[in-house]
Design a protein around this ligand. Structure first.
Ligand code: 8YV
Length: 338
C-alpha cells in the first residue's frame, strides 16, 4: 500500500485539480458527481484519511459518529461550512478546513451583477430582444430603469466578502452602511465613508438595498425575518449571494407581492423541494432575478479553491496546522477560519 494520503472527493473538481490530486494522493473521486448519500460517504471513506466535502454534503452529527476511525480531516471545498456540524466534528477529534479568500472577489462581483440587474432591467432587456416582435426599437421613454448612484446600500456582515462588495459599491456611487458584530477599523471604514450600525432594524429602515454577506449560523438563521422584511424601507430590495437560510423566503415573497419591497436578486433559495412557484412567478414579472448558486462559480476561483484544499490536506498530513483550519470562537457554531 502507498504512503500517500487517501482521500475521498465527493464532487467533480476542475480537471487540473483532479489531476494534481491524483498525483499527490490516493484519490477516490465521485465520478458521477451526483450528491452522495450518507451511506455512500461512509462506505467510500473506508480506509481513507480525508473527506473532501462540498456544500451539497450534509455532514451532521450522525454522519460524524459513523465516520471510520481512519478519517482525521474534513477538507471543505468551499467557504461556508454550514453543511457540516463543525462542533460535532471537533468533539470527535477531527480537523475541519475551508477555502476562504480565493472566492472573495468573484463573489463580490456577482453581488454587483445582481444589485444592478433589477434597477437596470438586465433580464427584461434580453427577453425583449429574444421574444419575436416585442422590441419596438429605441425611444426616449423605453426601458427606463433607476439609477444606482446616490442610493444607500446596507451590507449585513462586513467580513472579507462584505468589504469587497462595499469597495465596489463605493465606486458605483452608493452610500455604504453596514451592520456587523464588530465595527471595522478606520483603515477599512474611512476610505469607504461607511456608516456603522449596531442595530440592524435601524439600518433596514434607511437603506435602499440590503445585501447579505454573513455565514449561516444559529444566530443568523432568518436574520431577515418576516418582521424585519416588513420594517424595511418601502421600495427597497434584497440581494443574497450568501445562504438562503438568512431570509424568511416566504415572507420576502409576500412583501414583494404586496408591493412593500420592489424586488430581490437571489443566487440562493430554499430549493430543497424545487424553487417556490411564487418566486418563479415574480421572476416572470421581473420583480425577482434568480441565479443558480453561481456567485463564486468562476473557473479561476474553483481552481484556487482546489489548490487551497490541496494545501490544507498536505500540511495536515505532514503533521502541521493547515492554514485554513476552523477554530472555535465563542457562541458561533460555524467556526472561524484562520
Ligand atoms: C460553492 C459557496 O459553490 O464557498 C461557498 O460557501 O457557497 C460556493 O463557493 C460551494 O460552497 C462549494 O462547496
Amino acid at each position: 500500500t502507498s504512503s500517500k494520503p487517501k482521500i475521498l472527493v465527493t464532487r467533480r473538481l476542475p480537471e487540473s485539480i483532479e489531476a494534481r490530486m491524483a498525483t499527490l494522493f490516493e484519490t477516490d473521486i465521485n465520478e458521477g458527481d451526483v450528491t452522495l448519500t450518507a451511506d455512500d460517504i461512509i462506505e467510500g471513506l473506508a480506509g481513507k484519511d480525508v473527506l473532501v466535502s462540498s456544500i451539497t454534503d450534509r455532514i451532521d452529527a450522525d454522519l460524524v459518529a459513523r465516520l471510520p476511525k481512519s478519517v482525521r480531516l474534513i477538507a471543505q471545498f468551499g467557504n461556508g461550512v454550514d453543511n457540516i456540524d463543525v462542533e460535532a466534528a471537533w468533539a470527535a477529534g477531527l480537523t475541519v478546513t475551508n477555502t476562504p479568500s480565493v472566492l472573495t472577489e468573484d463573489t463580490a462581483d456577482m453581488a454587483m451583477v445582481l444589485m444592478l440587474a433589477l434597477p437596470r432591467r438586465l433580464v427584461e432587456g434580453t427577453q425583449m430582444l429574444v421574444r419575436d416582435g416585442v422590441w419596438a426599437g429605441w425611444s426616449p421613454t423605453s426601458m427606463l430603469g433607476h439609477r444606482l448612484r446616490g442610493k444607500a446600500l446596507g451590507i449585513v456582515g462586513m467580513g472579507r466578502i462584505g468589504t469587497a462588495v462595499a469597495q465596489r459599491a463605493k465606486a458605483f456611487g452608493l452610500h455604504i452602511h453596514y451592520f456587523s458584530r464588530n465595527r471595522r477599523p478606520p483603515a477599512i471604514e474611512t476610505p469607504l465613508e461607511a456608516t456603522y450600525w449596531d442595530d440592524l432594524d435601524a439600518m433596514l429602515g434607511v437603506v435602499d438595498i440590503v445585501s447579505l454577506h454573513t455565514p449561516h449560523t444559529r444566530e443568523t438563521f432568518h436574520i431577515l425575518s418576516a418582521e424585519r422584511l416588513m420594517a424595511m424601507k418601502p421600495g427597497s430590495f434584497v440581494v443574497n449571494v450568501s445562504r438562503p437560510e438568512l431570509i424568511d423566503e416566504a415572507a420576502l415573497v409576500t412583501q414583494i407581492e404586496n408591493g412593500h419591497l420592489s424586488g430581490a436578486a437571489l443566487d440562493v433559495f430554499e430549493n430543497r423541494h424545487g424553487i417556490d412557484p411564487r418566486l418563479l412567478a415574480l421572476a416572470e414579472d421581473n420583480k425577482v432575478v434568480l441565479t443558480a448558486h453561481m456567485a463564486s462559480a468562476t473557473l479561476e476561483a474553483r481552481i484556487e479553491m482546489g489548490e487551497t484544499v490541496i494545501v490544507n490536506i498536505r500540511t495536515f498530513m505532514d503533521g502541521h496546522q493547515p492554514p485554513h483550519r476552523l477554530l472555535p470562537e465563542g457562541p458561533r457554531d460555524a467556526g472561524r477560519s484562520q
